[in-house]
Design a protein around this ligand. Structure first.
Ligand SMILES: NC(=O)c1ccc[n+]([C@@H]2O[C@H](COP(=O)([O-])OP(=O)(O)OC[C@H]3O[C@@H](n4cnc5c(N)ncnc54)[C@H](O)[C@@H]3O)[C@@H](O)[C@H]2O)c1
Ligand SMILES: NCCCC=O
Length: 246
């Protein structure tokens, strides 16, 4: 799945890049004919791309492909927990003829490789995906130089269950959304907002028991690897939280 998504992402941005070229220097009409105006799009320059450990290749691609399509040179700092596929990506880029120095991979710890990159005066922009805490640190250091940043951070993605839905399907999609890929996904539906009148049925369908308005936390920790992953990914343990809506 990841390989197809990665290829699709590069193709998408390659098309956009060609579209950009076609629109380059497009004239803008002005009310006074003595003045001429046109749109000139220029690359920002050197961009730092800092990515997390989950979906390591795909999330790096979501940054590398648009950066290259915009004509920037990029320094990708993948997670220290999952760097190998990004090094493979660099090999593929070299094989297909990307000029040396256009895409650079910098491996290492966040404090030792990521932080100096984010605060470097020759880096023109930082694009980051990861935790809120790290995002906040990067924003603070980039702010010293009024450096633009884009942030894709963590959070909880709620599923809202109304009274009139198919409750079995709601339960099925809720659990799939939360625990697909062991919950190692930014959009894990780990918060359930459910109408109070159907709450017992939904919880029953989810094979849980609870009282309305109670907060339910269940642990789906099956082995030490998963424990470690959950600890890195979110708060430990992964919390699946249910609230009743009246
Ligand atoms: N919004 C999204 O699209 C999305 C997608 C996937 C994961 N996430 C979030 O990512 C988090 C999990 O990933 P993680 O544990 O790798 O996150 P993390 O914030 O610990 O690390 C992310 C990256 O930042 C680097 N880093 C750490 N400290 C740094 C610093 N001081 N300066 C610069 N770089 C630094 C790390 O080495 C890594 O490459 C979760 O919060 C999850 O919700 C969000
Ligand atoms: N389908 C990829 C989602 C990436 C977020 O974690």
């Amino acid at each position: 799945m990841t390989k197809d998504d990665v290829a699709g992402c590069f193709e998408y941005y390659a098309d956009l890049a060609e579209g950009l070229d076609a629109k380059q220097k497009a004239p803008v009409s002005l009310p006074m004919e003595t003045f001429k105006s046109y749109v000139l799009k220029e690359p920002l320059g050197v961009v730092a791309l800092i990515t997390p450990w989950n979906y390591p290749l795909l999330l790096a691609t979501w940054k590398v492909a648009p950066a290259l399509a915009a004509g920037c040179t990029a320094i990708l700092k993948p997670s220290e927990l999952a760097s190998v596929t990004c090094l493979e990506l660099a090999d593929v880029c070299r094989e297909v003829g990307l000029p040396p120095g256009v895409l650079n991979i910098l491996t290492g710890l966040g404090t030792e490789a990521g932080a100096p990159l984010a605060s470097h005066p020759h880096v023109d922009k930082v694009a980051f995906t990861g935790s809120n805490a790290t995002g906040s640190r990067i924003m603070a250091s980039a702010a010293q130089m009024v450096k633009p940043v884009s942030m894709e951070l963590g959070g909880k993605s709620p599923i809202i269950v109304f009274e009139d839905v198919d409750l079995d399907k709601a339960a099925e999609w809720t659990l799939f959304g939360c625990f697909w890929t062991n919950g190692q996904i930014c959009s894990a539906t780990s918060r359930l907002l459910v109408h109070v009148s159907v709450m017992p049925s939904v919880l029953n369908a989810c094979q849980m028991t609870s009282q309305p308005k109670a907060k339910v936390e269940i642990l789906y920790v099956t082995n030490t690897l998963t424990t470690f992953i959950f600890a890195r990914y979110n708060t430990f343990p992964l919390q699946f939280t249910v609230y009743a809506l009246g």
